[in-house]
Structures are given as structure tokens and as C-alpha cells.
Design a protein around this ligand. Structure first.
Ligand SMILES: N[C@@H](CCC(=O)N[C@@H](CS)C(=O)NCC(=O)O)C(=O)O
Length: 212
């Protein structure tokens, strides 16, 4: 059995959407980030970085249990375990990997800065770096839009783990102050990916009280 330790945040949702897409059997251990459960010793043993998501798989490689942290590593692990959403041909695989790594570094970090700084602003503690990170995040959205210039998905012709990595961050475009009309290809991609049953289901795992 796979156990997902997560909250329905942008990084947590990468893992929950992927689990829903693969149809692998899993259970969820909701994490109370506001109570800093992710910094407790038992959790740090699984992820020394003290952040969600983490998965454990009782039936890992060779039938032995395994723990995986970092959302990008979880996507690759689940793709390889299920044989889904990561091409095996070197050319197609390289394209998926380049967008997965772009999203895992640039989008994940840039959008996260905007989320943190926008929350501070909303709490009345405006931070001078917010404008800089919003500008950088808007640039990253432009790169994603360019990546969709000649194909419907970030990894090429087929939906893949690169799209799953990006979707939960783009899902919060409004909070990030993004003008989606300025990135029309990404806007169409966002509608298509968001219509998938597994994406709709994964966004709600584990359920959030605030409905975000
Ligand atoms: N690079 C990590 C980032 C994980 C991350 O930042 N998770 C956030 C939730 S979206 C978290 O656990 N925050 C709680 C904390 O920072 O203590 C990944 O991709 O998994």
C-alpha cells in the first residue's frame, strides 16, 4: 500500500493528482502544517527537509518498502511504478524531463515566493520583494506559454508528469496576480488539464476546510 503524507497545497496536489491518474491504491495521512507536524522527528526521518509531500510504498523496488520525498521525485517514482505518464523513448522522455525540472525549480520556487509574500501583504506586512517575485513569476508563465507553442502539453503531444507538476501552481494564478489572457496557450492548457477527472479528484486530497 502507498501512503501519501500531504496537505492539499500546490506541492501536495502534484502527488495526489498523480496517484489519482495512475489508479494505484493509496491511503492519505493528512498533515497539519499549521501545527508544524512536518517538523516533528518522525516526519523528519522520512524527509529531512520537513516539507510535504512524502510517500511511502510498502511494495517498493524488489518488494521492499521505500520512502520518497520531493514532489518531482514522487512523480517520477509513481510514473515508473505504474508505467504511465513518462515516455520511455529517450527523445520524448528528455522533453518531459526538461519541463518537469523547469517547473520543479523555476515555477515551484517563484510561485511559492509570491504566495508567501502575498500572504504577508494580506496580513498587513507588505514586503518590498513581492513586486520582484511577481515579475519573475510572470516571466516563468511566459516561458510555459512558449513551451506550448507547438504542442498541446508541456511534454509534447501527450499529457505527462510535467503537466501534473505545473497544474497545481497555475491553479493559483489569481493569487499570484497573473493575467491569464496574456498567456493564451497556457490558458487553454489550464482548461484542458483541469477538466480531467483525476485532476479534479486529486485537488481535493486530502479535503481542505477553506475550499481553496
Ligand atoms: N521542493 C519541495 C517543496 C515542498 C514544499 O515546499 N511543501 C510545502 C507545502 S506546498 C510545505 O511543506 N510547507 C511547510 C513548511 O515549509 O514547513 C517539493 O517539491 O516537494
Amino acid at each position: 500500500m502507498i501512503t501519501l503524507y500531504a496537505k492539499a497545497t500546490s506541492n501536495g496536489r502534484k502527488a495526489s493528482i498523480m496517484l489519482e491518474e495512475t489508479g494505484l491504491s493509496y491511503q492519505v495521512r493528512p498533515m497539519a502544517l499549521e501545527r508544524k507536524e512536518q517538523k516533528e522527528a518522525w516526519f523528519l526521518e522520512m524527509n529531512p527537509n520537513g516539507r510535504i509531500p512524502v510517500i511511502t510504498d510498502d511494495d517498493g523496488p524488489g518488494g521492499a518498502p521505500v520512502t520518497v520525498f520531493e514532489s518531482g521525485a514522487i512523480l517520477i517514482y509513481l510514473a515508473e511504478k505504474s508505467g504511465r505518464l513518462l515516455p520511455t523513448g529517450p527523445r520524448d522522455r528528455a522533453r518531459v524531463m526538461e519541463w518537469l525540472f523547469f517547473v520543479s525549480s523555476h515555477l515551484t520556487f517563484g510561485a511559492m515566493q509570491v504566495h508567501w509574500l502575498a500572504r504577508l501583504r494580506d496580513a498587513g506586512e507588505a514586503h518590498p520583494d513581492l513586486d520582484t517575485w511577481q515579475e519573475e513569476n510572470a516571466r516563468i508563465y511566459g516561458v510555459l506559454d512558449q513551451g506550448l507553442a507547438d504542442c498541446p502539453y508541456l511534454g509534447g503531444e501527450d499529457y505527462s508528469i510535467a503537466d501534473i507538476a505545473a497544474y497545481p501552481w497555475v491553479y493559483r494564478w489569481e493569487m499570484q496576480g497573473i493575467d491569464m489572457d496574456g498567456v493564451p496557450r497556457l490558458k487553454s492548457w489550464f482548461a484542458a488539464v483541469g477538466a480531467r477527472d483525476a485532476v479534479i479528484a486529486g485537488l481535493g486530497v486530502p479535503p481542505r476546510e477553506d475550499g481553496l
